[in-house]
Design a protein around this ligand. Structure first.
Ligand code: ADP
Length: 320
């Protein structure tokens, strides 16, 4: 393979830039031509493409977001859009693509691979919701951002003996909520994988803790559960503690990537190019049991990820 492309797609995540940098430099060092495709699959349809060299990716390893921009591109899901994307690859001589994104982006990568453009997926999403991988680029940075913000909230919550109900990102996956909840010492952690009767669970936790003379409470709720304002009202009425709610929102996505995300992104980007150089496509680079491996995209998308029940049990026991 002589010419490859790289794109970032779906939700942005800190560390995507480090992955782009690794892809570009690994490929350039092997004598390949690399095209940066802007705004995910939209850039392939619109021919929004430029050649990148070793210096094009200078000074980005420490930056959040993505220098290639990201987009959600509905046109790419239609055969017409897909064919336009393939025509663009042919026009620029792009023989393979590294796709940095989430599982939606990997479905697109699989469709392109099946149509003759080998793609390698690199998991980049703050939610850690790529079932096939124990780790996704951006997760560690996001976790630390949440921890930092909640530590600040805790100062004021403690001073006023209040309860703060906080919504954390992660629609279907409670990893961010569970791990940040442990890290900030939350009284209750509510995640979609475990909870159905949210109010009952949270009120029981607070009442139990009130008996030990605790006067301030942090409640962490995953985005997929929602309803934090209503939950705060309910807590105030039922537990007699002044309660507020807060949705942390998009600030969780930003910021300079952590060392772990930079290193992981660099390794994954390197590994992805090694596969393309061997002419291998339709794979996703993942971390399994602390090892970097690659899996068939189709297989990877159909795997199931159980919630870490031991971790949840620990949180439940020590958050008193
Ligand atoms: P993420 O990659 O973070 O999961 P999305 O689910 O929004 O984000 O997917 C990103 C993009 O990937 C979509 O906008 C679309 O262009 C492409 N994509 C998603 N699902 C499919 C699919 N089933 N087939 C083809 N392309 C898809």
């Amino acid at each position: 393979m002589k010419t490859i492309g790289v794109l970032t797609s779906g939700g942005d995540a800190p560390g995507m830039n480090a992955a782009i940098r690794a892809v570009v430099r690994t490929a350039c060092e092997s004598g390949m031509t690399v095209y940066g495709i802007n705004r995910g699959y939209q850039g392939l349809i619109d021919e929004d493409i430029r050649e990148l060299n070793i210096r094009s990716v200078s000074d980005i390893i420490h930056r959040g977001g993505t220098m290639l921009y990201s987009a959600r591109c509905l046109a790419f899901k239609e055969e017409e859009g897909m064919q336009k994307a393939i025509a663009t690859c042919k026009k620029f001589g792009i023989e393979g693509i590294v796709v940095i994104g989430g599982d939606g982006s990997f479905r697109g990568a699989r469709d392109l691979s099946l149509r003759g453009i080998p793609c390698i997926g690199v998991p980049g999403t703050i939610d850690n919701d790529i079932v096939c991988s124990d780790y996704t680029i951006g997760y560690d940075t996001c976790l630390n951002t949440i921890m930092d913000m909640v530590d600040r909230l805790r100062d004021t919550v403690e001073s006023h003996s209040r309860c703060m109900v906080i919504e954390v990102m992660g629609n279907r996956c409670g990893d961010l909520t569970l791990n940040s909840g442990i890290a900030v010492g939350a009284t209750a952690i509510v995640i979609p994988e475990i909870h159905s009767d949210v109010e009952k669970h949270v009120i029981e936790r607070i009442r139990r803790t009130q008996k030990t003379d605790k006067k301030h409470f942090i409640i962490m709720v995953a985005e997929g559960i929602g309803g934090v304002a209503e939950l705060a009202k309910k807590i105030q009425n039922e537990c007699g503690v002044e309660s507020r709610s807060m949705v942390l929102g998009h600030v969780q996505r930003g910021g300079s990537p952590s060392a772990r995300d930079r290193v992981m992104a660099s390794e994954m980007g390197y590994h992805a190019v090694q596969l393309l150089m061997k002419g291998i496509g339709n794979r996703v680079v993942v971390i399994k049991d602390d090892k970097m491996i690659d899996l068939d995209i189709y297989e990877a998308l159909n795997m199931k990820k159980p919630v870490d029940e031991t971790l949840y049990k620990i949180a439940h026991e020590i958050s008193i």
